[in-house]
Design a protein around this ligand. Structure first.
Ligand SMILES: *Cc1c(COP(=O)(O)O)cnc(C)c1O
Length: 814
C-alpha cells in the first residue's frame, strides 16, 4: 500500500490539520508499542473501553511518526505533525479498509462461526497455497479492529483472500461484512461461545449470517435451524453425515490417530484420509474439503493434500532456553504479517536486551522477492534485532540486508553447526515456515525440564486486565498486585506484560520481591506492602516505595531517609479501618501529622486501606463503615498536611461490589489471574493457569490389590492405574487424595486413588483410552482452581500460591 495523505482525507471524511498533505504512507499502525513506526506510518489513535491511543501521540511523534488519524489533536503536539481529524477513529479505520478492499477484485473467502475459524483458515491456506497468492488474517485477527488491519495487508500480487470474522454481540457483523466483502462463505459451527452477548441463539445465528449477505455460495454443515434463518436467495453448498439431502454426504471411519472420510458427491464416491480422529478436526476438515470441491479440484489432489493436514499451533510460546536464554517459539509459520506480530511479542516479552531472530524463507507475501526482503529487513532493523540467523536458499541470498547475519541453506545444516554458535543471555525468536521443521531448533535450544508444568496464558491475563479496567472511571489509576510470584503465576513475565500494558503501579509483599523485579529492569513504580525495617536501605537503593503502617516503622524510615539526605522519597501511608492487620488507627493520626508536618525527606505518594469483607455482601454495612472511616482519616491527613496524594482502598471484589469507592486508584489481585468469587463475573474472565503433567506409567491391578502408601486404595475389580509425576512437594494437597479429587485425561475425570505422595500421585483410568505419555490436566478450565478450593475447604488464593517453584512456568500467547 502506498497512498498520499491527500488521497486518504476524503475517504475517511477527515479535516486536515498539518504541514504536508502530500506525505506518503505505506504502513498502518494502531499500537504505539510496536517498534515498526516510522515517517511513512499512519497511526490511528483508537479509543477503546480500556485504552486511548491519543495518549501516545506525543511519544510516537518523538519516535519519528508524522501522520495521525485522531478524534482531536492532543494539546502537546499541536502544529507539529499531520493530523487527520475525524469523529470516530475506529470507524475511520473501518471505512478506510472498506474502500481499500473495494479496489481489489479477486475471490475472498469469509469464515465465521463459534469454533474452528482459525484452523479452517490456516488449513485452507495450506491446501490452496500451491495455486494461489493468498492474503489471510494473521493469527486470529478477527475483530472490529483486527479485520480492517488484516484487509489493509492486501497488495497487487494477491489473488485469493481468506479472512475470519468474530463477533461477540449484535450489530457487529454488518461492519465486518462491508470490510471483508466475501465472495464465498464458510460457516464453521454455532456453539455456545459468546452466548452472553445475545438474547437467544436465533439472534446469534442471524447476526453471524450477515457476513454472507452477498456471497455467491455459502458452505456449511446442513442444519435446518440455521437454514430457517437464511435468506433463500443465498446459494448453499452443504455437507452432512446424517442428512442425505446435503450436496455432499460423508461417512467417517475413525481409527486411533486418523479418520477415513467416505465422500459421496454428484453420485461419485471416493475416500480421503485425514491424520486426525477427533470430531472437531473432522468438521473443520470437511469445511475445507467443501471449498476444494467447489474450486473443482480433482479427487487425487484433494486426497494428496488433505492427508498432509497438520495440527495448527495458534500460540506463540515462551520457553526457557539453554544458557539464560528465552525462546519465543513460532516455528509453524512464516509470512510477513505474522512476522510483525511475532516481533511485537518479542519486544513485549524480552527478558534480555540482546535479541536474536532465527528466520526461514518467507512465503506468499505476494511481493517480488527483492522487495519482500527489503521490507523484512526494514522491520528487523526498526525492531533493533542484534543478530539474524537466516535459514533457506532464498533468504540466504539477501544476507547483506540483515544486521550481523549468519546464513544456512537448510535447517539440517544449521543444526550441524549449532554447537559452534554462542547463545547466551538473549531472547531468541524462532520463526519458520512449517516444512523447515524449526521445532527441531526449539528442541535443541530448550532447557530440559521435567514433565509437570504450569502453563500461563498471557492473553487471558490481558483479557482479565482489560475486563477490570473497563469497570474503572477513565481517570482511576490501577495498581496490580504481583506479590508471591503473581499469585503463583510467574514473577518477571507477568510484571513485564503489565509494564507493556502501562498499568500505573505494581504491589509486592516484601522488599526482595520488588528487588528482583527491578533487577529484571521492570521500570514501573513498585509499592512494598510489608517492608521490614532491616530492608529499608536496600529498598531505597532500588527505588522501591514502602508502605508505612506504624509510628515505629515511620520513625525508623525517617531516620534512614535523613541519613541518606533523601528528598521527597515516595512513601505510602496505610490506615487501619477495620481489617486490624496493618495500619495507623484513628488515635495515631495526630502524631502522624505532627511527625510529617515539615518533613521534606519523604513525600506521601498515596494513602490506602484494605477491606476485610469486600467479597461478602452480608457484611455490606461493615465495608461501608470502613470506606467512611477511610474518607474521614485520609481527609484529615490531607487537610492538615496540605497534600493531594493518591487514595485507594479497593481490591478485586471491591472493584466489583463497591465501584463508588474507586478513589484515585484500585488494587487488582486475584481477578487478574482469572478468579472471581461472583459466579456471573467468573464467566466473563478467562482461565490463566493450567497445571499439566503426563502419565509416567500404566498398570492393571486385580480385585483385592492395593495402591500406594498405607494401602488406602483397595481395588474392588480389575482396575487400570496411571502414575502422574506430581505430588505434595509440588503443591498438591494430600487432602486431594483417596477419591476426593480427580485429574482430567482426554476430557474424562480420573479420580485420585490412594494417598498423594511427595512427588507422584496415582489415578484410576479404567474407563479412559490413554497411553503412557498422554497429557494430564490437574487444574485449568476443568477442574478449576475455585472448584478444588471448595472441595478442600480453602480459597483459590491458597491453591494458586501453593504450586511450588520447582514446577516450571511456561508462558504462551494465543
Ligand atoms: C493482596 C492484596 C490486594 C489484592 O487483593 P485481591 O483480593 O487479590 O484482589 C489488595 N490490597 C492489599 C493490601 C493486598 O494485600
Amino acid at each position: 500500500m502506498t497512498l498520499s495523505i491527500r488521497n486518504i482525507i476524503p475517504i475517511i471524511k477527515a479535516t486536515f490539520v498539518g504541514i504536508n498533505d502530500i506525505a506518503i504512507v505505506d504502513h498502518i499502525s494502531i499500537d504505539s508499542r510496536s517498534l515498526q513506526n516510522s515517517e511513512s506510518t499512519l497511526f490511528f489513535a483508537l479509543v477503546g473501553p480500556n485504552n486511548d491511543g491519543h495518549k501516545f501521540v506525543a511519544d510516537l511523534f518523538e519516535k519519528g511518526v508524522m501522520n495521525f488519524v485522531v478524534n482531536y489533536i492532543p494539546s502537546n503536539v499541536q502544529g507539529k505533525a499531520n493530523f487527520l481529524v475525524v469523529e470516530n477513529s475506529v470507524q475511520a479505520l473501518q471505512t478506510f479498509a472498506t474502500t481499500y478492499r473495494s479496489d481489489f477484485n479477486f475471490p475472498v473467502i469469509g469464515i465465521t462461526g463459534s469454533n474452528g475459524k482459525t484452523i479452517i483458515k490456516e488449513w485452507l491456506n495450506f491446501l490452496l497455497s500451491p495455486d494461489y497468492n493468498i492474503i489471510r488474517s494473521p493469527k486470529s485477527y478477527n475483530s472490529q479492529v483486527g479485520v480492517p488491519l488484516s484487509v489493509l495487508g492486501i497488495n497487487e500480487k494477491h489473488n485469493l483472500g481468506i479472512f475470519e470474522a468474530g463477533i461477540s454481540t449484535i450489530n457487529e457483523m454488518a461492519n465486518l461484512q462491508r470490510i471483508i466483502q466475501p465472495t464465498l462463505g464458510v460457516l464453521s459451527n454455532i456453539g455456545s461461545a459468546h452466548n452472553e452477548g445475545f438474547h437467544d441463539v436465533g439472534e446469534k445465528i442471524k447476526e453471524k449470517l450477515k457476513l454472507f449477505s452477498s456471497v455467491e455460495v455459502l458452505i456449511m454443515n446442513k442444519n435446518r435451524t440455521i437454514e430457517a434463518f437464511l435468506n433463500p436467495k443465498i446459494n448453499t453448498f452443504t455437507w452432512s453425515s446424517e442428512d442425505g439431502k446435503a450436496d455432499v454426504f460423508v461417512r467417517a471411519k475413525e481409527s486411533p490417530d486418523k479418520t477415513e472420510l467416505q465422500i459421496t458427491f454428484q453420485k461419485l464416491c471416493f475416500k480421503i484420509m485425514i491424520p486426525f480422529a477427533d470430531q472437531a478436526s473432522i468438521e473443520n476438515a470437511m469445511h475445507c474439503l467443501m471449498v476444494l470441491l467447489y474450486f473443482k479440484y480433482d479427487h487425487e489432489t484433494i486426497q494428496h493434500r488433505m492427508a498432509m493436514l497438520y495440527p495448527v499451533e495458534m500460540r506463540l510460546k515462551v520457553k526457557n532456553g539453554v544458557n539464560n536464554t528465552t525462546l519465543i517459539d513460532d516455528s509453524y509459520s512464516s509470512d510477513f504479517q505474522s512476522l510483525k506480530i511475532a516481533l511485537d511479542f518479542l519486544e513485549s516479552q524480552k527478558q534480555y536486551k540482546k535479541k536474536t531472530l532465527i528466520l526461514s524463507d518467507i512465503f506468499q507475501s505476494g511481493l517480488v522477492t527483492e522487495e519482500l526482503y527489503s521490507q523484512v529487513s526494514q522491520v528487523i532493523v526498526s525492531n533493533k534485532i542484534n543478530r539474524v540467523i537466516a535459514i533457506g536458499k532464498t533468504i540466504s541470498g539477501f544476507k547483506s540486508k540483515f544486521p550481523n547475519c549468519l546464513t544456512f541453506q537448510s535447517t539440517a545444516q544449521f543444526l550441524d553447526t549449532i554447537d559452534k554458535i554462542t547463545f547466551e543471555n538473549e531472547t531468541i525468536l524462532i520463526k519458520g515456515a512449517r516444512h523447515f521443521h524449526f521445532e527441531e531448533i526449539v528442541a535443541t535450544l530448550e532447557e530440559k525440564t521435567h514433565e509437570t508444568v504450569l502453563e500461563i496464558n498471557l492473553n487471558a491475563i490481558s483479557h482479565n486486565l482489560n475486563f477490570y479496567k473497563s469497570k474503572l472511571q477513565p481517570e482511576t489509576k490501577l495498581m496490580v498486585m504481583v506479590k508471591a510470584f503473581s499469585y503463583g503465576n510467574g514473577g518477571f513475565e507477568v510484571a513485564k506484560l503489565l509494564s507493556h500494558h502501562k498499568v500505573d503501579y505494581l504491589g509486592v509483599a516484601f522488599a526482595d520481591e520488588g528487588i528482583s523485579l527491578k533487577n529484571a529492569e521492570i521500570e514501573l513504580p513498585i509499592m512494598v506492602l510489608n517492608p521490614e525495617n532491616t530492608s529499608f536501605a536496600a529498598l531505597i537503593q532500588h527505588q522501591l516505595e514502602p508502605e508505612i503502617y506504624s509510628l515505629k516503622g515511620l520513625t525508623a524510615f525517617l531516620k534512614i531517609a535523613e541519613q541518606k539526605k533523601l528528598k521527597n522519597f515516595p512513601i505510602h501511608i496505610k490506615l487501619d479501618t477495620g481489617m486490624h492487620r496493618l495500619g495507623f488507627e484513628e488515635e495515631h493520626i495526630d502524631e502522624l501529622i505532627a511527625i510529617l508536618k515539615n518533613n521534606t525527606n519523604v513525600q506521601i505518594k498515596s494513602i490506602l486501606s484494605h477491606l476485610a469483607t469486600s467479597d461478602d455482601m452480608a457484611f455490606v454495612d461493615f465495608t461501608l463503615a470502613q470506606i467512611k472511616l477511610f474518607e474521614k482519616l485520609s481527609s484529615q491527613l490531607m487537610n492538615a498536611l496540605q497534600i493531594k496524594p493518591i487514595r485507594h482502598i479497593l481490591n478485586t471484589s471491591g472493584i466489583s461490589n463497591f465501584p463508588q469507592a474507586q478513589y484515585d486508584m484500585v488494587r487488582l489481585g486475584i481477578g487478574l489471574y482469572g478468579v472471581s468469587n461472583d459466579d456471573d463475573e467468573q464467566k466473563l474472565l478467562e482461565n490463566v493457569g493450567t497445571l499439566k503433567s503426563i502419565i509416567s506409567q500404566i498398570r492393571t491391578i486385580k480385585a483385592g490389590e492395593s495402591v500406594g502408601y498405607g494401602r488406602r486404595f483397595m481395588a474392588e475389580k480389575t482396575t487400570k492405574i496411571a502414575t502422574i509425576p506430581i505430588g505434595y512437594a509440588d503443591g498438591i494437597s494430600r487432602h486431594w487424595g483417596n477419591g476426593v479429587g480427580y485429574v482430567v485425561i482426554k476430557n474424562k475425570k480420573a479420580p485420585v486413588v490412594g494417598s498423594v505422595c511427595m512427588d507422584m500421585l496415582m489415578v484410576d483410568i479404567t474407563d479412559i483410552d490413554c497411553k503412557e505419555g498422554t497429557d494430564v490436566i490437574i487444574f485449568g478450565e476443568n477442574p478449576t482452581v475455585s472448584f478444588i478450593a471448595k472441595q478442600l475447604g480453602t480459597i483459590p488464593y491458597e491453591i494458586m500460591t501453593s504450586i511450588s517453584q520447582r514446577v516450571k512456568r511456561v508462558f504462551y500467547r494465543e
